[in-house]
Design a protein around this ligand. Structure first.
Ligand SMILES: Cc1ncc(COP(=O)(O)O)c(C=O)c1O
Length: 477
């Protein structure tokens, strides 16, 4: 495809979009941004403001990471214009030669990154990946066993609010008194309900998941084990958390949470990829190909798949491994310092990127803590915790994560400083009911200044190392 078209009224910075020294795709992106600024300033200004905000905000959202500019560029590629249902070499539309190559590259990189024998890069999200896997392995009305939402599970693990809780008989295990997965309960519920699928994985669980133990229990009733590593995929890829790929039958993940990729999902299988599905014949890998297309999705998102390929390559590098190490050591320090400062840290600490606080113990609700922190330039989100008596939009918990701190190069020392900042904001917050609060404006301004200074000292890694797209990113980062 040649970049011969231009955004209306927008001459390329280099004269003709198709003749840009950086290549056709770079010219298109540049022309696109210039055209957007000229013809749709409302949108362009908001996009610029978001970049500024991300730079100057201390994001401690456990389910987020910062995508490298080269990942964002791939995700914005003209490849997006290709419509091609099916898989490489077997499409239902013409014109997919480049996309075929790119999808093959993405699959190979995913397999290499995770040591998998099979990868499907087409799921539009981890929710889609989970739906594809569950609907392929469980008949309508069949049984799944997953972690309870309030104990840290995900909606797609059989919550009544999700189709997975309505179309399947969902049974849930919980946590023990120490806040760890209650394997005694997992085993008992497995024996009682004989689920077709057991899901190991969580949205809010700060400890190592023992996939081997789950697999041993699944084997007692011939259940398939699905490992959902949506939150910890980066740690798994970097060797900072045990990998489930050869332990579980199937593994799913989001690509944007810890992998620094685009919005999207991924299905993996290791040693079990040839194991037959429920029909006793079809290998799991073949079953998954069908489960994604045509059973649960139509066209794939080609540019997102290119962006996944780029993210997988970056995640295989030494810098990513160093970031993963900082993520874990930073989270441990954050948990430790918050506990020292008098907060109730669930499970007493963390093994991964996540720290969960029982903020109700501190006299605040999750939503009040979240809003007060945001007013002061810090992002962390409310979260229900075991035994929570507050509604889901209020909650008694606060979830913090160190993915983006680590991407800023912040390790244990800086994480401790962040703990003090968070503590100071929460201390200055006067609750006025479950959802309202008051904070002295001058103190809030002081916290914001401190956050800006910290962020400026530890800038986001927005300059792509190998990419030549720096002019697109703008100055001052
Ligand atoms: C454990 C788990 N699985 C699945 C998902 C869904 O991911 P996505 O946003 O990619 O649909 C999440 C998202 O929060 C999650 O935490």
């Amino acid at each position: 495809m040649t970049a011969q078209w231009r955004t209306e009224g927008a001459p390329s910075a280099h004269g003709h979009a198709g003749q840009d020294a950086d290549g056709e795709q770079a010219a298109l992106l540049r022309a696109g941004m210039e055209g957007l600024r000229r013809t749709d300033p409302e949108l362009a200004l908001l996009l610029d403001a978001e970049v500024r905000s991300q730079n100057a905000t201390l994001a401690m959202i456990a389910s987020a990471s910062i995508a490298d500019p080269s990942v964002l560029a791939a995700g914005g590629a003209a490849l997006s214009n290709v419509t091609a249902e099916g898989y490489p070499g077997n499409r239902y539309h013409p014109g997919a030669a480049r996309f075929d190559e790119i999808e093959r590259i993405a699959v190979e990189r995913a397999k290499e990154l995770f040591g998998a024998a099979y990868a499907n890069v087409q799921p539009h999200s981890c929710s889609s990946a989970n739906l594809a896997v569950l609907s392929a392995l469980i008949p309508p009305g069949g049984t799944l066993l997953g972690l309870d939402l309030d104990a840290g599970g995900h909606l797609t693990h059989g919550s009544p609010a999700s189709v997975t809780g309505r179309h399947f008989h969902a049974v849930h295990y919980g946590l023990d008194a120490a806040g760890r997965i209650d394997f005694g309960q997992v085993a008992a519920l497995t024996a009682e309900h004989r689920p077709q699928v057991i899901i190991a994985g969580a949205s809010a669980y700060p400890r190592t998941v023992d996939f081997e133990r789950f697999r041993a229990i699944a084997d007692t009733v011939g259940a398939y084990l699905l490992a959902d590593i949506s939150h910890i995929a980066g740690l798994v890829a970097a060797g900072e958390h045990p990998s489930p790929v050869d332990v579980a039958h199937l593994t799913t993940t989001s690509t944007y949470k810890q992998l620094g990729g685009p919005r999207g999902g991924l299905i993996l299988s290791g040693e079990e990829h040839r194991t037959p599905g429920p029909d006793g014949r079809t290998p799991l890998s073949r079953l998954m190909q069908r489960a994604v297309f045509p059973q649960s999705q139509g066209t794939p998102s080609p540019a997102a798949i290119a962006a996944k390929a780029r993210a997988f390559a970056l995640a295989a590098g030494p810098e990513f491994r160093e970031t993963a190490r900082l993520t874990v050591t930073g989270a441990a320090a954050l948990a430790d310092e918050l506990a020292e400062l008098g907060h109730r840290v669930l499970t007493g600490g963390t093994d991964n990127h996540m720290v969960l606080l029982d903020i109700g113990e501190y006299g605040l609700t999750g939503v009040v803590a979240e809003r007060a922190l945001e007013e002061c330039g810090i992002l962390a989100n409310r979260n229900r915790i075991p035994g929570d008596t507050k509604p889901p939009l209020v909650t008694s918990g606060l979830r913090l994560g160190t993915n983006i701190l680590a991407q800023r190069g912040m390790g244990p020392d800086q994480a401790r400083r962040c703990a003090h900042l968070v503590h100071a904001v929460l201390n200055a917050t006067v609750p006025l009911g479950d959802t309202e609060y008051r904070i002295d404006p001058e103190r809030a301004a002081g916290f914001r200044a401190e956050v800006r200074e910290l962020c400026a000292r530890h800038p986001l890694p927005l300059q792509s190392r190998e990419s030549s797209l720096a002019p697109l990113i703008g100055a001052g980062q």
